[in-house]
Ligand binder design. Structure first.
Ligand SMILES: Cc1cc2nc3c(=O)[nH]c(=O)nc-3n(C[C@H](O)[C@H](O)[C@H](O)COP(=O)(O)O)c2cc1C
Length: 205
């Protein structure tokens, strides 16, 4: 082992950069976040961690609703802009085209290939952050981001934020989930574990 112990950092990167959409005093606002993740696939539950001083947080506190929008790499300049300026001092409602699904408090971004409309389940305060845990109530995907009837990562082309403070694009496919692990040659000393059935695993995580 040849490692260097560095300052403590939450180095769980890469992460997709997302745009959190909120309505604040009747105006759409978009906040760039890296700290967003999945809590549960079924039911679909996600979380975002956003500083309580952010303009967008006010919109969520008022309506208990927000959107998560996945920008493509072509949207890097606008996405970073929404992470540099605050709706407290700048109107960001015209940076993107906005559409609404079933609720007027959930603005979503037309240009983003994937949009999630979310309703808050609970809020966890952590230091200066508000962690909004929310149910996904609508999922929208651009028609041209499918191949063979299912989502195509390359077509979605998500914008990735990494520990080097740079944006990246997704690289090449290197394997299949719930499949490649079956090829593991278990050493005799560890024998005994059976690989999970892919179907069971998907419903059990
Ligand atoms: C790449 C990137 C990632 C960011 N991730 C977060 C984050 O996860 N949580 C957060 O509170 N702020 C994050 N920010 C900072 C906010 O986006 C920024 O403070 C923004 O201006 C707040 O906008 P608002 O006040 O209009 O809501 C990030 C900014 C960038 C550029």
């Amino acid at each position: 082992m040849n490692k260097i112990r560095i300052d403590t950092l939450p180095l769980i990167y890469p992460l997709p950069a997302v745009l959190m959409g909120t309505m604040v005093n009747g105006v759409a606002n978009y906040t760039t976040l890296g700290n967003c993740g999945i809590v549960s696939v079924e039911p679909p539950v996600i979380h975002v961690s956003s500083d309580k001083r952010h303009h967008g947080n006010k919109g969520i506190r008022d309506s208990q609703r927000f959107s998560v929008n996945i920008p493509s790499t072509s949207m890097v300049v606008k996405t970073d802009y929404c992470g540099i300026v605050s709706g407290l001092s700048v109107d960001k409602s015209q940076v993107f085209g906005t559409f609404f699904g079933g609720h007027a408090a959930i603005p979503m971004i037309r240009e983003c290939p994937v949009n999630l409309a979310c309703e808050v389940i609970t809020v966890v305060p952590v230091f200066d952050m508000e962690v909004f845990i929310a149910k996904v109530v609508e999922t929208h995907v651009d028609k041209d981001c499918f191949t063979g009837g299912w989502l195509d990562t390359k077509k979605i082309d998500p914008l990735i934020y990494c520990m080097d403070n740079r944006y990246w694009s997704v690289g090449s496919e290197v394997g299949r989930g719930f499949e490649d692990g079956k090829k593991y040659a278990v050493p005799q000393s560890q024998a005994g574990g059976q690989p999970a059935d892919a179907g069971d695993a998907l419903h059990g995580w």
